[in-house]
Design a protein. Sequence first.
Length: 526
Amino acid sequence: MKAERLIRVAALLVSVVVLGTGNAAQSSTADHSAFKELQGPFGSGPEVTQACLKCHTEAARQVMKTPHWTWEYKNPETGQTLGKRHVLNNFCISVESNEPFCTTCHAGYGLKDNSFDFTRQENVDCLVCHDTTGKYRKQPGMAGLPPVQPLEWPPGSGKMVRPVNLAEVAQNVGKTSRDTCGACHFFGGGGDGVKHGDMDSSLAAPETETDVHMDATGHDFTCAICHMTKGHAVPGSRYAPTARDDGGAMVRGKESGRNPGTCQACHDNDPHKVARLNRHADKLACQTCHIPKMARGGVATKLSWDWSTAGKRGPDGKPLITKDAKGHVIYDARKGDFVLGENVIPEYRWFNGTVNYTLLEDKIDNSKVVPINSFEGGPDDGRSLIWPVKVMRGKQPYDPVNKTLVKPHTAGSDDTSYWENFGWEKAAAAGMASAGAEFSGKVAFVETEMSWPITHMVAPKGRAVGCVECHSADSRLAAVPGIYMPGHSAKAMLDKAGWGLALLCLVGVIGHGGVRVATSRKGARK
């Protein structure tokens, strides 16, 4: 089992996007290797898509309606237009102006700038989700295109990247897998485990202790088991998560309009045999107890990223890179300082599913920590539960004159991207021009925070958070407002009053009993 896990994880790490394992013929009703249209040779990804569409006539149109294609989401609660090209973060900061690298994980071909045609069906990438060979990859810096000729990468390194045999991949397509989804989602934010804390390459073939649902020798769930897809639309959104689901268990395949990926959709609203535990679910998300720690699979997650320290060089004059005792990069001259962690206890927030984002046009208060996003919710709104979250803390560039965050151009080989040589002002000017946003020409740095709900890496029930971890003086939930918990929320005066009343009651009971005994004996003598 360990050998299988190592092989699958190694396959994921070969490049930023390495996709799929298995034999499509085992689960498919069609042998794609027998299709004349897929014999190739293919000179590009779009040529493969054109072949796919001869049979799958509606597939591209379906994909083109989803955020996987548009990278855009209109939040009906807040009215904000969100998505990867709109929202800033405190990891890589911005997709916009860095598209050729960031769109390595776009479900399409050729998204390199604002001129991309979102209406061309052949630009949809079928292989990125449906490869089963493990040989498909999209090369960073190529705007989501797979290499079809031998390619020197990085440029000038002398190292060659082999081209993808598109015909072989096309003839072996199949269902999505943890590998195909994980090739992007495990590596979001610039590397393995960087962004989420509960998703990394350890989920390619996890042990039951890491994730009881995805356990490779147990339930072996794929992502689509919970994120049950219809017409290529994948339910579940970090822009508008389902924070509370009171609808009970769902019948799979029955149209309900609900998110099938919630815990309750499978486990119902009263999953415990003990009623007291079920009452906890009135205020606690299932994940709060059943995900005791994040980054549990052996892959560290980033907890802090400070861009302001970038640009240092070593004694040899080359960009400095520093690693910790475990080999984790904790300083990179191109990116700054990092803090990483494994087996990290999450932070906890009231959350009702509404998330507000600080967008490019929003004014910020640089005297405070700027929230890249903020979770709405509280103890009294009737919609909120206490959720575990990863809080990413960072320091990133902003415009001190206009009081707005900036989108710097940081990825690429052109002059403006290498700000350690040419300056943050030039990098920011290039990025803001690409975004069509106002920029004063000045750059300073501000502390930021960004929160992510934790919902993967569900532990076996025997590893759930113990009672004493919350009901104690150093409770996990100590920072959560508006709650009272026995064992934690003690008040000295209230305790004294309570014990005083208890003592008075005891004295009264003893006195009353003594009087009864005395009077009963007196009556007996008469």
